[in-house]
Design a protein around this ligand. Structure first.
Ligand code: NAD
Length: 395
């Protein structure tokens, strides 16, 4: 009896510890639910955070990683709440982290994802999407199990957003709008792209098609620079062949981080988080930054940029093209409609954020967060509990 009581007390403590963890980071927006999934037969351990569903079911990716905490999963889910609200999509924010090696064999990955989808079959507040370590093949497994997924292969109704360049298309829109707040035009503007992957190469393609000149580019091997211009099609072909930007014929080869200091008018980070921080922000030699990667610039560095008069468009405003494309896919749209929606939403949001930043004298990121929070709270005002609590006669 004593042992049973002790065990029960131990369980209570563990439950209380989990609740403590949740409420440590809970705030007025969420998280709404945290679900832990464990299926030992396929070595599946995962956590789903549904942060906020006031605007609709939570749309956010599944990340495979060996070492992400529940709190980090919550922060990623919150970023999706803001990104979806800022993009004015009828979706809330959520995220799944599935613990494991993102490079594991596809067969094992598919098995784990099928088990995960099956475990979350009735969790209708969440729509599955790809993220680091998962791709369209993974999403097809989920569709096969339960449906309720975006980022599918073309054969099953998907719009392959990296192939068509949805996020790059959005970056080009944000750039055009931001130029209304700068003293130069796109024609002849010198562009540098850090990270010539799915986001970076399409941003370069769309901007050079509109008259900009790509003068610098980098990937995980190094950087290439030519003040007279680099040919985007050649770079895309090289990357398709599995080569690096260092194999570009002509131009100067540079170290990977030298891309930060290449003189330009528009600098586009499209690689990794925190690449610009207090230690290197002073090296930037540009007038405008369009954030393609997620959190590529630390908060402190953004403040330094603002004080130096360098304009930037924050990540979740500029790089929302991918999620807008995914949402369009979920609603059955084709690629053409999805691109139209990205154009309209990213332009509209960029104007709102830069205009608010200018008139209120605040950082563009502050303006972006204010816009997203206002939209989420606006939607929360229509929720049942909120309506009860504000209804006349409610005690
Ligand atoms: P990707 O893997 O296709 O491309 C990343 C590129 O960055 C590769 O060319 C890689 O070689 C390069 N790279 C890696 N480390 C680098 C470094 N230190 N310096 C320079 N280059 C480096 O990835 P992606 O889909 O293009 O995503 C890029 C970033 O944008 C990520 O932070 C991602 O989370 C974010 N993002 C992507 C999308 C999307 O639609 N794919 C949408 C929103 C945000």
């Amino acid at each position: 009896m004593r042992i049973m009581r002790n065990e029960a007390q131990g369980t209570d403590k563990r439950v209380i510890k989990l609740m403590d963890d949740m409420f440590r980071f809970a705030d007025e927006l969420g998280p709404f639910k945290i679900v832990y999934v464990y299926e030992p037969s396929v070595d599946l351990k995962a956590v789903l955070v549904v942060d906020n569903i006031a605007r609709g079911p939570a749309l956010g990716g599944i990340r495979i990683a060996p070492d992400v905490s529940t709190e980090e999963c919550f922060r990623l889910a919150r970023a999706m709440t803001f990104k979806n609200a800022a993009a004015d999509l009828p979706y809330g924010g959520g995220k799944i982290v599935m613990y494991g090696d993102p490079q594991m064999p596809q067969e094992k990955k598919s098995q784990m994802l099928r088990a995960l989808a099956s475990a979350l079959r009735y969790m209708e507040e969440y729509i599955f999407a790809p993220d680091m370590g998962t791709d369209e093949v993974c999403m097809a497994c989920i569709k096969d199990e339960i449906g309720r997924v975006v980022g599918l292969p073309r054969e099953v109704g998907g719009i392959p957003l990296d192939e068509v360049g949805a996020t790059g298309w959005g970056l080009a829109q944000a750039t055009e709008v931001a130029l209304q707040y700068c003293d130069f035009e796109l024609k002849g503007a010198r562009v540098v792209v850090q990270g010539f992957g799915a986001v970076g190469k399409h941003a370069a393609r769309f901007l050079t098609q509109r008259g900009a000149v790509l003068v610098g580019v980098s990937d995980s091997h190094g950087a290439a620079h030519n003040p007279k211009g680099l040919d985007v099609d050649t770079l895309i072909r090289l990357k398709k062949e599995g080569k690096s930007v260092l194999d570009y014929p002509g131009g100067k080869k540079l170290d990977i981080d030298a891309v930060i200091a290449i003189p330009c008018d528009i600098w586009i980070p499209a690689a990794r988080p925190d690449v610009i921080n207090e230690s290197n922000v002073h090296l930037l030699n540009t007038k405008l930054i369009i954030e393609g990667a997620n959190i590529p610039i630390t908060e402190r560095a953004e403040k330094i940029l603002y004080e130096a008069g360098i304009l930037y468009v924050p990540d979740f405003i500029a790089n929302a093209g991918g999620v807008i494309c995914a949402a369009s896919e979920y609603q059955g749209a084709n690629q053409c409609t999805a691109f139209g929606s990205i154009e309209e939403k990213v332009r509209n949001n960029t104007v709102q954020v830069l205009e608010a930043a200018k008139t209120k004298g605040i950082l563009p990121r502050e303006a972006a967060v204010q816009l997203a929070v206002k939209r989420v709270k606006g939607a929360m005002g229509y929720r049942r509990w909120s309506l009860f609590s504000s209804a006349p006669g409610f005690v």
